[in-house]
Design a protein around this ligand. Sequence first.
Ligand code: FNR
Length: 188
Amino acid sequence: MASRKVAVLVGSLRKQSYNRKMAKALIECAPSGLQLEIVEIGQLPLYNQDGDDDGSPASEWVAFRERMAGFQAVLFVTPEYNRSVPAVLKNALDVGSRPYGKSIWSGKPGAVVSLSPGAIGGFGANHHLRQSLVFLNVPTMQQPEAYIGGAAALFDESGKLANDGTRNFIQGFMNSFAAWVQANLPSA
Ligand code: FNR
């Protein structure tokens, strides 16, 4: 099976972010058929349609759109902010979705992992994100779902996953995602 390039978008800018640690663990656990890279989104100015309408889009938007065009799939790893998607991640979705008719999301298979120190594992963010992904035509893996709670206890001091149960779960998740990507690529 050919290797597929997967963009990993992390919905937290915090230096010690549990979600970024989880993104790195997901990358480590991925099967060889997936080539994953974190694509940074914190530098993107807030989306303002005037920039595209006036033909003067922010250079960071243009660079992000060009970079994302080189990926075949996308993996979202996100905390929950006030039971929804953190603004930085929603902004990246909006930036990538425009100009109208030139969305970089359409047709890219995707998956969502939400992670929180709380007990319900970012369920609200996970499903609000899925609502946007339906509109953006991102075929998003339904199963297995990944709402990971208790994040504060999952990593050791070096930021590595220190929990075998979670490692087994995310290995299975990434194997399923590899099969999902293969089955849902536009040319498949
Ligand atoms: C939170 N947090 C949070 N947690 C949760 O489970 N549900 C929620 O609705 C919220 N809401 C929320 C709003 C805002 C503005 C902040 C800053 C935080 C707590 C959040 O899960 C916690 O800070 C995580 O550590 C954030 O993820 P990272 O940065 O560790 O990846």
